[in-house]
Ligand binder design. Structure first.
Ligand SMILES: Cc1ncc(COP(=O)(O)O)c(C=O)c1O
Length: 453
C-alpha cells in the first residue's frame, strides 16, 4: 500500500504515517483491525477475493445488500451508461423521469401501487425520514400531541438520532444519551431461547408480547403516541424471527389506537424472505415502510420510505405553492442510484431471483439445523433465506467465541458475520444449493476445529 495516501502535505517526504491509521472505521475495533488488517481486493458473483488472493464465499451478501451477487453485468452496465448521460440532477424543485418510474415500480413490487415513495441514501436516513413523516402527519391532522414513538429492544434502526433513539441496542445508545429523542418507549424483544430454541421459521411462542403495546398505550395514552416501529424480522441482532401472530397483533392494536405502524424493511426488503417485502410474506400491511440496501443491490447507496397514499394526501392539503414536507437530501433519487435500482429490479423480476430465494430457503433451513449438536451451538433459527447460529459465549468474554468462528471460517473460504455470539447467514440469491450446503459444511469444520484446537 502507498504510504503517501495517508497524509496530505507529506508528498515526496518519507511518510511515517501508516495509511491504515488515517481511516476511522465504522462499527469496528479499529486497533485490532489495524494490527491484523483484513482487506478485500475485488468481488464477483457470490465471492470476494481478499488482498492475499484467497477467494471467500459471501455468506451475508455483504451487509445484507448484494443478493444478486457482485458485479452483476446488468447493474454495472446501467450505472456506466447513466454516468455518461446524467451524472447528477438536483432533486429539489426539479426531477428526472427515471426516479419517478422507479418509485412507481417499487410501490408495485410491494403490492401497494398507490403508496408514495420518498427517496433517501441509506437505511438510517430512511428511518429518520419515516419518523419525521409520522410525527408531521399527526400534526397536520390536528393531533400534534402524538409525539411519542415506540421502538423495540434489540432493534437496529441505523445510526441517525431518530433511529438510535428507537433502536434497542444499549452500546449504540448509551454514549449518546443526551441526544436521544424524548418520550420514546420500547416494546420487549421477542427472543426467548427457552421458549423457542431450534425453531424452524416463526416460533409458536410469543404472540402475547405484542400486547405490551396495549400496556404502553395504557401507560402513556394513545393521544401521545405517533407510531410504533419494528423490523418485521430483526436482522442485525441475529435473525430474531417474529412469533406467529405477533405482527398481526401489533397491527390490530396500532389500528385500534390510531398509531402508525412502521416496518423497517432495510434488510427484509427486496426478497430476503422469499417475497418482495416481509409485509407480503407475513400478510401484515404497515402504514410506512423503510427500505435500502438491496434496492440497488448495494451498488450505489440508496434508501427510501413507502407511505400509504392517505398519509401523502394529508400532506397535500395545504396551499399548492407551499412545500409540504420540509425534508430531503441533496442526493435523494441520485441518477446513478436510480439507474442501479432499475437494473436491480429488472434482475429481481426477469431473472426470478426472489422466487429463487424462496426455493433456496428450505435448502438453507434443512442444512443449518444439522449443526445442532456441534460444539458450542446453543440455538439455530431461520426464516426465508437467512439463519443464525447462537454460540455458547466464552466465560466472561462475550463475543469472543463468534469472533473466533469468523476468523477461522476464512480459512474455510467463508466470510460470515457475527453479532455478539451469533453467526448470521444470508447468502446471495444467486447461490446454488451446493454452495449453501458447502457453506454449512465449512461452518461445521470450523466449529469442530475450534473445539479441538
Ligand atoms: C433494519 C435496519 N434499519 C436501518 C439500518 C441502517 O442502514 P444504513 O446502514 O444503510 O444506514 C440497518 C442496517 O443494517 C438495518 O438493518
Amino acid at each position: 500500500m502507498n504510504a503517501n495516501l495517508a497524509s496530505p502535505g507529506a508528498a515526496g517526504a518519507a511518510d511515517p504515517v501508516d495509511p491504515l491509521q488515517s481511516l476511522w472505521m465504522p462499527f469496528t475495533p479499529n486497533r485490532l483491525f489495524k494490527a491484523h488488517p483484513r482487506l478485500i481486493e475485488s468481488a464477483s458473483g457470490a465471492y470476494y477475493t481478499l488482498a492475499d488472493q484467497r477467494r471467500v464465499f459471501d455468506c451475508l451478501s455483504a451487509l445484507w445488500c448484494t443478493p444478486l451477487g457482485h458485479a452483476h453485468p446488468r447493474i454495472v452496465r446501467a450505472v456506466q451508461e447513466q454516468v455518461q448521460r446524467l451524472d447528477f440532477s438536483p432533486s429539489f424543485q426539479l426531477g428526472h423521469k427515471p426516479a419517478f418510474e422507479l418509485a412507481r415500480r417499487i410501490a408495485q413490487l410491494a403490492g401497494r401501487p398507490h403508496d408514495r415513495v420518498f427517496f433517501v441514501n441509506s437505511g438510517s436516513e430512511a428511518v429518520d425520514t419515516a419518523l419525521k413523516i409520522a410525527i408531521a402527519y399527526h400534526r397536520m391532522r390536528g393531533e400534534a400531541s402524538r409525539t411519542r414513538i415506540i421502538g423495540r429492544e434489540r432493534a437496529y434502526h441505523g445510526v441517525g438520532l431518530g433511529g438510535t433513539s428507537v433502536g434497542g441496542i444499549s452500546p449504540n445508545r448509551k454514549m449518546f444519551a443526551p441526544l436521544m429523542l424524548p418520550g420514546v418507549d420500547h416494546l420487549p424483544h421477542t427472543y426467548s431461547p427457552d421458549d423457542m430454541r431450534y425453531s424452524r421459521g416463526q416460533p409458536q411462542w410469543g404472540a402475547h408480547l405484542a400486547d405490551e403495546l396495549e400496556r404502553l398505550v395504557g401507560l402513556h395514552d394513545a393521544s401521545t403516541i405517533a407510531a410504533v416501529i419494528v423490523e418485521p424480522m430483526q436482522g442485525s441482532t441475529g435473525v430474531i424471527v417474529p412469533p406467529r401472530g405477533y405482527l398481526e397483533r401489533l397491527r390490530e392494536i396500532s389500528t385500534k389506537h390510531g398509531i402508525l405502524l412502521i416496518f423497517d424493511e432495510v434488510i427484509t426488503g427486496f426478497g430476503r424472505l422469499g417475497k418482495p417485502f416481509a409485509s407480503q410474506y407475513f400478510g401484515v400491511q404497515p402504514d410506512l415502510t423503510t427500505f435500502a440496501k438491496a434496492v440497488t443491490n448495494g451498488v450505489v447507496p440508496m434508501g427510501g420510505v413507502l407511505a400509504r397514499s392517505g398519509i401523502y394526501d394529508t400532506f397535500m392539503s395545504g396551499p399548492e405553492q407551499a412545500i409540504e414536507f420540509f425534508h430531503g437530501y441533496t442526493y435523494s433519487g441520485h441518477p446513478l442510484a436510480v439507474a442501479a435500482g432499475h437494473a436491480s429490479l429488472d434482475a429481481f423480476i426477469e431473472e426470478r431471483q426472489i422466487e429463487r430465494a424462496a426455493s433456496l430457503a428450505p435448502v438453507l433451513e434443512n442444512a443449518v439445523h444439522t449443526l445442532r449438536g456441534e460444539p458450542n451451538v446453543i440455538d439455530i433459527r431461520n426464516i426465508g433465506l437467512t439463519a443464525a447460529i447462537e454460540l455458547e459465549p466464552c466465560a466472561g468474554q462475550p463475543g469472543l467465541r463468534a469472533r473466533r468462528v469468523f476468523e477461522r471460517a476464512i480459512e474455510e473460504g467463508l466470510l460470515v458475520r457475527f453479532t455478539g455470539d451469533s453467526i448470521s447467514l444470508a447468502p446471495p440469491f444467486i447461490s446454488t444449493p451446493d454452495e449453501i450446503l458447502a457453506m454449512i459444511e465449512g461452518l461445521r469444520r470450523t466449529l469442530r476445529a475450534l473445539a479441538t484446537g
